[in-house]
Write a protein that binds this ligand. Structure first.
Ligand code: ATP
Ligand code: MG
Length: 329
C-alpha cells in the first residue's frame, strides 16, 4: 500500500482483546483513526469505552492479558504492531509522546523533575548535560512553571497536579515528537489551569506536533480539535470535522451527549438524556452496541451491527438510520 505522507498516524482496523477467566472481551473493536500532519484529533466517549486502551496500543504499552488482536498502527507509514520493545522504546518519546491522565504515571517519583526532563532531551536529542539543563529550564519557563530554576530540583510529589502536568508537557515539547497523545490531560485540574494547558497544547501543535486528544469532556474537544471521533463500547460510532459534529450530530448517542452538555449549560435540572448505562464488555448486546439505550432503535438494530455510513462527505456514522436503502429520515 502506498503511504499517505500527510498522515502522522493511521490506525487501521485495530482490535484489542483481554483474556480473563470470565471470558474474552474486546475493549477496542475494529477502530480506524487518521491523524493528519499538523492537526489536533479528538476521541470523546464515556468512561470505560476504550479510549485509553486505544492510546496505550498506539504507544505499545499493552501488557498481557491485554493484547492487540488485529489491525495496523502506521506511524509515518511504518507499522508499529509487533515491533520489538527495543524499537518501540526508541519511538516513545522521540516520535510519539504521551501525557497521562494522572501525571504521576509518566514521572519517576524518586527523581527530580528537572533531571527527568534533562534525560529525555539527552536521550532523544543527543545534547550534552549542561546544555540539557539550560534547555529544560527554558522550557519550564515556556510552559509557565514559576521559578523554573527552583522547580528543576523538585520531586514530583512536591508539585501540584497542574505543575506536574506542565512538567509532562515540557517533556513532550522538548522532545519535539511528531505526535503527542494526551489522555485526559486536564481532567484532574481546575478550569483555569485547564485553559492554560489547552493553550500550551495548541502552541505545541502550531510548532508542528500532531495531537491526539482524548477526553470525555465535549467542551475541551470543541475548544481545540479539528476532527473528532466519538467512541462507544470499543467502537467508533461517529466521526466528523469538529464544526459538523457539534452543529449537526448524526448518531443518537452523539446527540444525547450534546444534549446533556447543553442542559448543563442552561442550568436546568440535569436530565438523564441518555437512559441506561454503558454495556459491560462481557455482555455486549447483539447488533448495535448502543441499541438498548437508543430512542430511535429499529428492529434490525438489535440483530445486525451497522457499518459506518457516510451520509455527508467526511462525516461518518455507524447507525442503521443512515442506510440510504431503508432510511426513515
Ligand atoms: N488491564 C486491564 N485488564 C482488564 N480490563 C481492563 C484493563 N484495562 C482496562 N480494562 C477494561 O477495558 C475497558 C476500556 O478501558 P479504558 O481504560 O480504555 O476506558 P476509557 O475509555 O479510557 O475510560 P475512562 O474515561 O474512565 O478513562 C474498560 O471496560 C476497562 O474496565
Ligand atoms: Mg481512560
Amino acid at each position: 500500500m502506498i503511504h499517505n505522507s500527510d498522515m502522522t498516524l493511521e490506525v487501521q482496523g485495530l482490535s484489542v482483546s483481554i483474556h480473563t477467566r470470565k471470558g474474552t472481551t474486546k475493549p477496542v473493536n475494529d477502530v480506524s483513526l487518521r491523524i493528519p500532519k499538523g492537526k489536533i484529533i479528538g476521541i470523546v466517549g464515556e468512561s470505560g469505552c476504550g479510549k485509553s486502551m486505544t492510546a496505550r496500543a498506539c504507544m505499545g504499552l499493552l501488557k498481557p492479558p491485554v493484547k492487540i488482536e488485529s489491525g495496523r498502527i502506521l506511524l509515518a507509514g511504518r507499522d508499529l504492531v509487533g515491533l520489538p520493545e527495543s524499537d518501540m522504546c526508541a519511538v516513545r518519546g522521540s516520535e510519539i509522546s504521551m501525557i497521562f491522565q494522572e501525571p504521576m504515571t509518566g514521572l519517576n517519583p524518586v527523581m527530580k523533575v528537572g533531571r527527568q526532563v534533562d534525560e529525555a532531551v539527552r536521550v532523544h536529542r543527543h545534547i550534552p548535560a549542561s546544555k540539557a539543563r539550560q534547555e529544560t529550564i527554558r522550557m519550564f519557563e515556556a510552559v509557565g512553571i514559576p521559578e523554573p530554576e527552583a522547580r528543576y530540583n523538585s520531586y514530583p510529589h512536591e508539585l501540584s497536579g497542574g505543575l506536574r502536568q506542565r512538567v509532562m508537557i515540557a517533556m513532550a515539547m522538548i522532545c519535539r515528537p511528531a505526535l503527542l497523545i494526551a489522555d485526559e490531560p486536564t481532567t484532574a485540574l481546575d478550569v483555569t489551569v485547564e485553559a492554560q494547558i489547552l493553550r500550551l497544547m495548541k502552541e505545541l501543535n502550531k510548532a508542528g506536533t500532531s495531537i491526539l486528544l482524548i477526553s470525555h469532556n465535549l467542551g475541551v474537544i470543541a475548544q481545540v480539535c479539528d476532527y473528532v471521533y466519538v467512541m462507544y463500547a470499543g467502537q467508533i460510532l461517529e466521526e466528523a470535522e469538529v464544526c459538523a459534529l457539534f452543529d449537526s450530530p448524526l448518531h443518537p448517542y452523539t446527540r444525547g451527549l450534546l444534549e446533556s452538555v447543553n442542559s448543563l449549560r442552561r442550568e436546568e435540572p440535569v436530565l438523564e438524556t441518555i437512559a441506561g448505562s454503558v454495556p459491560d464488555f462481557l455482555h455486549l448486546p447483539q447488533g448495535c452496541s448502543f441499541s438498548p439505550r437508543c430512542g430511535q432503535c429499529l428492529e434490525r438494530c438489535a440483530s445486525g451491527e451497522p457499518p459506518l455510513f457516510e451520509p455527508e462527505p467526511g462525516h461518518k456514522v455507524r447507525c442503521h438510520l443512515y442506510d440510504k436503502d431503508t432510511s426513515r429520515i
